[in-house]
Design a protein around this ligand. Structure first.
Ligand SMILES: Cc1cc2nc3c(=O)[nH]c(=O)nc-3n(C[C@H](O)[C@H](O)[C@H](O)COP(=O)(O)OP(=O)(O)OC[C@H]3O[C@@H](n4cnc5c(N)ncnc54)[C@H](O)[C@@H]3O)c2cc1C
Length: 454
C-alpha cells in the first residue's frame, strides 16, 4: 500500500480503537464471561458482531492477509505487506484482551494462520468452501496439532491415526488432541488437523494436514482447558476426542505426507501475529507505567523521581524498540525472501524466542515498579498482558524449540559466512620463553630470597 494511503489507514484504525474498542473492553470481557457461565453453546458476544459490522464498513477487515497470499488465492486481502501489517497488528494488540480488536477486524488467531494456509495450499474447491466464508467472517476455524499423549513441541511425535479406507474413499481419524484454540465456539465450522497417514514413511513425510468439518460425527469436545484460570470463552482451548471420524480423500491439504511442508509455510504469518500483537500489549503497559509514576508519591517524592524507576522506564523502552525492530526485520524477510527461506525462518524463530519472554519481563516491571497491588488486580489490563505473554512462551511452541531452530540455522549459515574462512592465529612455538634450567639474574635471586624469609 502506498505510504499516504497506509498512514490514512493507521489513522482510521486508531480512531476506531478509541471510538469502539477501548470504551468496550470491559463490556466485551463481561459478555464473554457470561457466555461461558450460561451454557456449553458458546457463540460470539453480540457486541463483537456489532463491532465487526462497523470495522468492515470502514475497510478495517482482513488486513492480515498479505498481498502475495491474496494474489495466490485470487481473493481480496487488506492490501498490506507483512511489514505494514506488523504496525497495524501492533495497534490491534493494544486492546486489553490482546485479540479483542483483532477479532473485530477478522484478524484473529487461529483463523489468520488457517486462512493463509488455505490461500496458499488449498485447492480451488477447498478455498471456495472454507476460505471465502472465513474471509467474510461468517465462520471460524481451529488448528489441531497438539496431543496430550506426546511431546508436541516435536511435531514428528504427532501421532493421531489417519487411516485410509480406500473402498469408501475416506480417511478415518482416531485419537485425541488438546489445547485446540477456537474449537469451543459454535461458529467454528472447520478444523485443520495434523495427523499420521503413513508411519513407515521417512520421518518428515509421515504426517498430513486434513480439513475436518466440525459437524462430522465422532468429534467430542471433552472440556475447555484454562490457561492461568482463563478459559478464553467463547473461543476456548478444547480437549477433543476423535472416534472413527470420517472425511473424504479430497479433504487432504496439498497431498498426503506433506503436513510438515505446510507447517513450515504456516509458521510464518499466522504465528508471528501473536508477537506483533504483544508489542501492542507492552506499549499499553508502558504507557500505564509512565502515567502511574508521574502521579504517585512515596517517601516524599514522585515515583518518577526515583533513579531505579527511571531506569525501569528506560530499559523497557529499549527492550520494546529492540523487539519491534526484530519483528519488522522478520516481516521484511517474509516479504522479500518468502516464509520457507532459511534466514526468514531464523528471524521468525528469533522473534518467537525473544519477544514473548522480553515482553513478559517488561510487563512484570510495569506491575512491580509502578503499580503495586493495583497491578495484579482486575482494574488494569496488566495481569492479562502478563499472563498472555507467559502463555505465549508455550502456546506458540516453547522458547527452547525456537532457540534450537535459531541455533541450527545459525550453524548452517555460518558455513557460508564471509568470515568463515578466518580462523585462529597460528601459535608461534619456535620462540622459547625460558627453560627450567636457565640461570637466573642476581636481582631475581634476591627477590626469591626475600620471599623465602617470610
Ligand atoms: C493458550 C494455549 C493455546 C494453544 N493453542 C493451540 C492450538 O490452537 N492448536 C494446537 O495444536 N496447540 C495449541 N497449543 C499447544 C501448544 O502448541 C503446545 O503446548 C506446545 O507446542 C508445546 O507442546 P507440549 O505442551 O506437548 O509440550 P512438550 O512438547 O511436552 O514440552 C514440554 C517442555 O519441554 C521442553 N522442551 C521441549 N523441547 C525442548 C528442546 N528441544 N530443548 C529443551 N527443552 C525442550 C520445553 O521447555 C517445554 O515447555 C496451545 C497451548 C496454549 C498454552
Amino acid at each position: 500500500m502506498e505510504l499516504a494511503a497506509f498512514d490514512e489507514l493507521k489513522a482510521k484504525l486508531w480512531a476506531f480503537m478509541h471510538a469502539h474498542i477501548y470504551p468496550n473492553e470491559r463490556e466485551f470481557a463481561a459478555q464473554c464471561r457470561e457466555m461461558a457461565r450460561r451454557s456449553d453453546e458458546w457463540t460470539c458476544p453480540p457486541l463483537m458482531l456489532e463491532l465487526q459490522r462497523k470495522a468492515r464498513q470502514l475497510g478495517l477487515w482482513n488486513l492480515f492477509l498479505p498481498v502475495d497470499s491474496a494474489a495466490a488465492a485470487g481473493v481480496k486481502g487488506g492490501g498490506l505487506t507483512n511489514r505494514q501489517y506488523a504496525e497495524v497488528c501492533e495497534i490491534l494488540g493494544t486492546s486489553s484482551h490482546a485479540e479483542f480488536a483483532a477479532q473485530a477486524t477478522n484478524c484473529t488467531s487461529p483463523d489468520t494462520g488457517n486462512m493463509e494456509t488455505l490461500a496458499r495450499y488449498g485447492s480451488p474447491e477447498q478455498r471456495e468452501r472454507w476460505l471465502l466464508p472465513l474471509l467474510e467472517g461468517r465462520i471460524r476455524s481451529c488448528f489441531a496439532m497438539t496431543e496430550p499423549a506426546v511431546a508436541s513441541s516435536d511435531a514428528t511425535n504427532i501421532g493421531i491415526s489417519i487411516e485410509r479406507d480406500s473402498a469408501a474413499g475416506e480417511y478415518v481419524i482416531n485419537g485425541s488432541k488438546w489445547w485446540i484454540t477456537g474449537a469451543g465456539s459454535l461458529h467454528c465450522k472447520i478444523m485443520i488437523l495434523m495427523g499420521k497417514t503413513d508411519a513407515k514413511a521417512p520421518l518428515h513425510r509421515q504426517q498430513s494436514q486434513i480439513l475436518v468439518p466440525m459437524d462430522t460425527p465422532g468429534i467430542t469436545l471433552l472440556r475447555p482447558l484454562k490457561a492461568f484460570g482463563d478459559d478464553d470463552a467463547p473461543k476456548g482451548h478444547m480437549e477433543i476426542q476423535f472416534d472413527n471420524v470420517r472425511v473424504p480423500f479430497e479433504n487432504v491439504l496439498l497431498g498426503e505426507g506433506r503436513g510438515f511442508e505446510i507447517s513450515q509455510g504456516r509458521l510464518g504469518p499466522g504465528r508471528i501475529h501473536h508477537c506483533m500483537r504483544i508489542i501492542g500489549q507492552a506499549e499499553r503497559s508502558l504507557a500505564l507505567m509512565c502515567k502511574r509514576i508521574s502521579e504517585r508519591r512515596a517517601f516524599g517524592k514522585r515515583l518518577s523521581e526515583f533513579d531505579t524507576i527511571l531506569q525501569d522506564v528506560a530499559n523497557s523502552r529499549i527492550e520494546l524498540e529492540a523487539c519491534r525492530l526484530l519483528i519488522f526485520r522478520a516481516a521484511e524477510m517474509m516479504d522479500s525472501h518468502g516464509n520457507a527461506d532459511a534466514r526468514t525462518r531464523q528471524y521468525l524463530a528469533m522473534v518467537k524466542a525473544h519477544v514473548p519472554r522480553t515482553c513478559q519481563t517488561l510487563v512484570d516491571r510495569c506491575i512491580q515498579a509502578a503499580h503495586g497491588a493495583l497491578g495484579v488486580s482486575e482494574d488494569t489490563p496488566l495481569f492479562a498482558a502478563f499472563a498472555g505473554a507467559r502463555a505465549l512462551r508455550i502456546a506458540d511452541g516453547p522458547d527452547e524449540v525456537h532457540l534450537l531452530t535459531t541455533a541450527k540455522i545459525e550453524l548452517k549459515i555460518q558455513k557460508h559466512s564471509p568470515l568463515a574462512s578466518l580462523g585462529y592465529y597460528q601459535a608461534d612455538r619456535t620462540q622459547v620463553f625460558r627453560r627450567s634450567t636457565d640461570p637466573i639474574s642476581e636481582e631475581a635471586q634476591q627477590r626469591l630470597d626475600a620471599a623465602s624469609k617470610l
